[in-house]
Write a protein that binds this ligand. Structure first.
Ligand code: 0O2
Length: 212
């Protein structure tokens, strides 16, 4: 079976771009209203074809079923400063009417065995097509703190390096690092008020310097 990957993935690329603009729009609204923004930054990607093929083989997904069965062809990630910000973003996503929530996975309350923590949504997102009508595709949205993201990025590189078979000794270190990232999030949440006050002072100072 030959797949026209560029054509198949085009709506996914569009959905990622649209979602990034919408989430950055939320961040800008918070910044304009001088309130603490729960969104620090947003990234997104369409899964590379080589990763799609590898994952399809690993999970026994026939290539003609990937659009229904692979939920992260389009992936968007929101990074937050504090764990509490994740709840705010989750609330904002649940309130939206421009896409539908298919599934929610809370890997923060129920962290994965690897130590992975993040909040996942699977969304059904409408992409408007030039032929008329809309194509409703799946988008995975991950929401995590900066500390969770640091850990996940490092662990992901190691998984890649060791083809998913990380040596036990490094796995143990990763478990300890996951615990340290968790404690960092806890500590930061305790001094959240102090941090936010400092950030407000800095942003006001920047604003007045830009005016003068
Ligand atoms: P990439 O390279 O991030 O695009 P599975 O993929 O089998 O683990 P499933 O059912 O597809 O699981 O969904 P899940 O676990 O909710 O979400 C998959 C994505 O979450 C992964 O995408 C990662 O981005 C992230 N993720 C899940 N578990 C871990 C983990 O233990 N460590 C890290 N670093 N990330 C994780 P992919 O497909 O791995 O690809």
């Amino acid at each position: 079976m030959t797949i026209e990957w560029e054509t198949l993935l085009a709506p996914y690329k569009q959905a990622v771009n649209e979602m990034k603009i919408k989430l950055k729009g939320i961040r800008e609204q918070y910044q304009l209203s001088s309130r603490h923004t729960p969104i620090e930054f947003v990234t997104g990607r369409v899964k590379p074809v080589s990763s799609i093929i590898q994952k399809a083989e690993r999970k026994n997904i026939p290539l003609d079923k990937i659009e229904e069965q692979m939920q992260d062809l389009a992936g968007v990630r929101v990074m937050c400063q504090f764990v509490g910000d994740i709840d705010t973003v989750v609330g904002l996503i649940r309130d939206r009417t421009d896409f539908e929530i298919v599934e929610e996975r809370d890997y923060i309350k129920h962290k994965k065995r690897s130590g992975y923590r993040s909040y996942h949504f699977v969304l059904r997102y409408p992409v408007h097509m030039i032929e008329g009508g809309e194509k409703r595709i799946l988008v995975e949205l991950q929401i995590r703190t900066l500390a969770m993201n640091f850990w996940a990025t490092i662990e992901h590189s190691l998984q890649y390096k060791y083809s998913g078979k990380i040596p036990r000794e490094i796995e143990e270190r990763l478990e300890r690092a996951a615990e340290a990232a968790f404690l960092l999030d806890e500590e930061m949440s305790q001094i959240r008020g102090e941090v936010q006050e400092a950030q407000q002072i800095i942003s006001k100072k920047r604003g007045s310097m830009e005016k003068s």
